[in-house]
Ligand binder design. Structure first.
Ligand SMILES: [Mn+2]
Length: 203
């Protein structure tokens, strides 16, 4: 058992705004709650200050209603984002009791859970993404629930990162090293880019 939720995971992050922009429209939140941890990445449409403003509204909303189920959180953000540029979002909630994550993606923030044996990958699970934009149009919201046990690694990347981002990653590396590796090798250079890598430490 892990009583302190922050002990459940180790994580790393890399983020770079589009060249020439001072702020990024890509953002993330990792926040412990009594029975687990909320993990989410958002990408405000376009880039620059308006994208960052939309992104910040989404993160603030998630920070306020963290205890709610993921589908409710997406709806809350959708309502809060009306009149803004809108965002795409992928969101995961780790339940510390059953070691499962509930995850859901609206738009194109790719999500991947890899399971390894310490050295090599033994299985992959990709997040099912549904088209839509929070603030404009929501698809039918349906979460998937999958195991997330010790050693499993969750990776979220925004569309500033190329889709083959998982090729060449070494699961024995710490999450921060994996995030830096993905940013160094798969940043398209045409948009803001963000990589979040979260590993379960809890048996
Ligand atoms: Mn983007």
């Amino acid at each position: 058992m892990c009583d302190d939720q922050l002990q459940l995971i180790e994580w790393g992050f890399a983020g770079i705004p589009l060249r020439g922009e001072e702020v990024s429209g890509d953002s993330y939140i990792i926040k412990p709650i009594p029975d687990g941890i909320l993990i989410a990445v958002v990408d405000g449409l376009g880039h620059g200050y308006e994208a960052a403003a939309a992104s910040k509204i989404a993160i603030t909303t998630l920070d306020t209603y963290t205890h709610e189920p993921v589908i409710m959180l997406v709806r809350r953000c959708h309502e809060a984002l009306k009149g803004t540029r809108g965002v795409v979002m992928s969101i995961a909630k780790l339940n510390s009791h059953d070691k499962m994550i509930s995850w859901l993606g609206v738009g194109n923030i790719e999500g991947l859970v890899t399971r390894g044996n310490g050295k090599s990958v033994i299985s992959h699970e990709r997040l099912l993404l549904r088209g839509g934009t929070l603030g404009y149009q929501l698809p039918t919201l349906k979460e998937s629930v999958i195991p997330f046990i010790k050693g499993d690694t969750l990776i979220f990347v925004t569309d500033g990162i190329r889709s083959n981002f998982d090729s060449g990653i070494k699961l024995e590396d710490m999450p921060q090293k994996i995030a830096d590796y993905i940013m160094a090798h798969f940043n398209r250079g045409t948009d803001d880019a963000l990589v979040l890598v979260v590993r379960s430490k809890c048996k």
